[in-house]
Design a protein around this ligand. Structure first.
Ligand code: NI
Length: 315
């Protein structure tokens, strides 16, 4: 699939970013590029409800890095609460090296009410930190299927995500439709995302999720054999990318979640994050316990749940 940036005549700065100091040198063009990429990714990723570029940047190809103080843009009114003591962790679980033996999972057969909530398409400079605060307040660990290009733009957000005990999954580097691509291009998409995650946070994804859920069985098999990634789909899809409103997102997730569920949501969208306090509290009230995807796979009591679940266009 052609790079959406090229299609639109933009060129994105993709030089690796290794520390906070380097980040400050990224021109405004990067942020604009991120917006364009997001807009070009299709309906599920076409809307960013916050984080408009500050003051009409009029990006050009020649921006003096020294004149650009920050790349993360406005995050008005948001403050990260002060940390009170150490961040509690999930109980230690023994995880198999490959995170389960199956090739594809949309849910997991478990004997207790464990679930995994997943957030796709980030990191986002304001929505992801806002979500991290909500998760932290409740000691909930989630799994983030990140886009490698966004990781390169916002490595600090990824570092925080990892440091607070969440799991990172591979969601490709540019969010293409993998089922239409050659094996070599698919391999490049996955390895570039993996390397961006490792560069930013020093960890490696344990699982992958194909954009739009689009991945052929043959591709799932070679990816599992070669890269050790099980393909993770979902069993609960609130269609949050269609912006149904926070209360609808909450009610769909609460209605659809069962033990062993893998819940799909998108931290790219502000409305989804707005829905999370009531969603998370509702799930906790129902007695669900949150684990990461790899933890959930490690709990599988039988063969992977049959079927691939409702693969909609929701991611
Ligand atoms: Ni996605």
């Amino acid at each position: 699939m052609k790079n959406p940036l090229d299609t639109l005549g933009y060129k994105l700065l993709t030089s690796p970013v290794n520390d906070a100091q380097d980040e400050s040198l990224i021109p405004t063009l990067s942020r604009r590029g991120f917006m364009v990429v997001s807009a070009a990714l299709g309906s599920s990723c076409s809307m960013i409800s916050s984080g408009k570029p500050e003051g009409g940047t009029g990006a050009t190809a020649k921006v003096d890095p020294a004149s650009v103080p920050t790349k993360t843009g406005p995050n008005t009114g948001y403050r990260t609460p002060k940390v009170q003591g150490p961040v509690p962790r999930n109980p230690t679980l023994n995880l198999p090296a490959t995170g389960g033996s199956g090739i594809t999972y949309s849910r997991v057969a478990v004997t207790q009410p464990y679930i995994a909530i997943t957030f796709d398409d980030g990191p986002h400079p304001s929505n992801t930190p806002r979500l991290l605060d909500m998760l932290r307040e409740r000691n909930i660990k989630a799994t983030f299927y990140v886009i490698g290009r966004n990781v390169d733009l916002y490595p600090n957000v990824l570092r925080r995500t990892v440091s607070e005990g969440h799991e990172i999954g591979n969601h490709t580097f540019t969010h293409p439709i993998l089922s239409k691509l050659s094996d070599s291009t698919v391999r490049e998409e996955l390895t570039k995302c993996r390397d961006a995650v490792a560069r930013a946070a020093g960890v490696q994804p344990r699982t992958m999720r194909p954009p739009y859920g689009a991945l052929l069985q043959r591709q799932r098999e070679w990816i599992h054999a070669e890269l050790n990634y099980p393909t993770i789909l979902w069993s609960v899809d609130p269609l949050d990318w269609k912006r149904p409103g926070p209360s609808v997102v909450t009610s769909r997730i609460l209605a659809g979640t069962t033990p062993g569920a893998i819940v799909l949501a998108h931290d790219l969208h502000g409305g989804t994050v707005d829905a999370m306090p009531s969603t998370l509290d509702g799930l906790l009230r129902k007695g669900y316990k949150f684990v990461t995807v790899s933890q959930l796979l490690a709990m599988a009591t039988a063969a992977p749940a049959a079927g691939t679940g409702p693969v909609t266009a929701g991611q």
